[in-house]
Write a protein that binds this ligand. Structure first.
Ligand SMILES: NC(=O)c1ccc[n+]([C@@H]2O[C@H](COP(=O)([O-])OP(=O)(O)OC[C@H]3O[C@@H](n4cnc5c(N)ncnc54)[C@H](OP(=O)(O)O)[C@@H]3O)[C@@H](O)[C@H]2O)c1
Length: 241
């Protein structure tokens, strides 16, 4: 630990996130103590602590940009992934009604996270609920404008965490005569939000879910497991085991 580090002591258990830097997997990191590192909550293991910051921090930052009011109905399209599962938990904490859209194999997981309703994103858009949602949080940018038009209430928001040119254009150009709008946003990562994530884990609001863990030697298998999308929750790599 450097001489000028404040707020941490040697041997403290910490967790954190370096943003989308796409670095290698490593056992040791040198990290700025004023950025993206916080005390690990006592009620979770290091393995669980590795699972949560990417999804929870991205979800928290994006939801601050949505934003959502208590009592509003949110559809999370892509609810079973790292970001979506955190959005579901944060939205419930904020007092929203939440519909989780994901595959049927993840329905029970979303129930466990507190989602009020479940929707299979594969079903035809005609079967999506009519004028039901104040906002759709679209994790992968898969919700078509037709689906949004069917399902959003007047004044509602199609909030895109992943987007193409047409989303961005609609986001910048306004609602173009539609009763709903498109909003595209990029997450920003901060130590303040990481500290808030730690608090919410301690209070049991956010639950880290580990699908499977792999030693560093099995890194290719770990990637295959995540890309296969079979389990619910994160795939964790355990260097040094
Ligand atoms: N805006 C930002 O700042 C920001 C930051 C980070 C990442 N991102 C974006 O977030 C995305 C990754 O999110 P993630 O890490 O949460 O992914 P993830 O863990 O891989 O989860 C993907 C989710 O999408 C669902 N899904 C798959 N196909 C779908 C479809 N056709 N329609 C609706 N949902 C579908 C999956 O459901 P099932 O598994 O149940 O089928 C799962 O819930 C990337 O596109 C990335 O670019 C954006």
């Amino acid at each position: 630990m450097g001489n000028n580090v404040e707020g941490f002591s040697l041997g403290d258990a910490v967790f954190g996130y370096l943003g989308s830097t796409f670095g290698a997997n490593a056992q040791y990191l040198c990290i700025n103590s004023k950025k993206w590192v916080a005390h690990k909550p006592d009620n979770i293991s290091f393995e669980q602590a590795a699972a949560i910051p990417y999804g929870a921090l991205t979800a928290m930052s994006l939801m601050q940009k949505l934003p959502l009011q208590a009592g509003q109905h949110l559809l999370v399209n892509g609810a079973s992934g790292s970001i979506g599962s955190a959005v579901v938990q944060l939205a419930k904490y904020q007092g929203a009604e939440v519909t989780a859209a994901c595959s049927e194999r993840h329905k029970e997981y979303l129930n466990r996270l507190g989602a009020d309703h479940w929707l299979d994103y594969r079903q035809a858009k005609e079967n999506w609920p009519n004028k039901a949602y104040d906002a759709i949080f679209d994790v992968l940018g898969k919700c078509s404008f037709e689906q949004a038009n069917t399902s959003l209430k007047p004044g509602g928001t199609l909030f895109c965490a992943s987007f193409k040119g047409r989303h961005l254009w609609r986001s910048l150009a306004g609602n173009k005569g539609q009763a709903w709008r498109v909003k595209c946003a990029l997450a920003s990562y901060s130590q303040a939000n990481l500290t808030e994530v730690a608090r919410l884990i301690t209070e049991g609001v956010l639950t880290p879910e580990v699908s499977k863990s792999f030693p560093l030697e099995a890194i290719a298998e770990a990637h295959r497991c995540k890309e296969g999308g079979l389990g619910s929750g994160a795939v964790v790599v355990l260097p040094g085991q």
